[in-house]
Design a protein around this ligand. Sequence first.
Ligand code: SF4
Ligand code: SF4
Length: 85
Amino acid sequence: MTGSDISNILLIVGLTLVYDSISMGEVYSMAYYINDDCISCGACESECPVSCISEGDGKYVIDGDACIECGACVGVCPVDAPQPE
Ligand code: SF4
Ligand code: SF4
């Protein structure tokens, strides 16, 4: 086996691991959501680094597709309304 063969094998293994980790992330990704304890104070909206929190009907809501699960909203909420799904 040549050095080139070994390099190709390592490349394939590396790409497979990257693909698996991306797939696992999609399967096990858990966005946050805001439960009914929300008192609509608005404190979390400006804390979100990806601006995925907005005022909804009676409470604030999180766009689960955009949430990166950083937890910043949890730290500022006075009633612990943001929760992991
Ligand atoms: S967990 Fe982070 S990204 Fe998700 S809604 Fe809260 S602040 Fe935004
Ligand atoms: S900080 Fe908490 S109570 Fe205030 S709007 Fe966000 S989720 Fe609702």
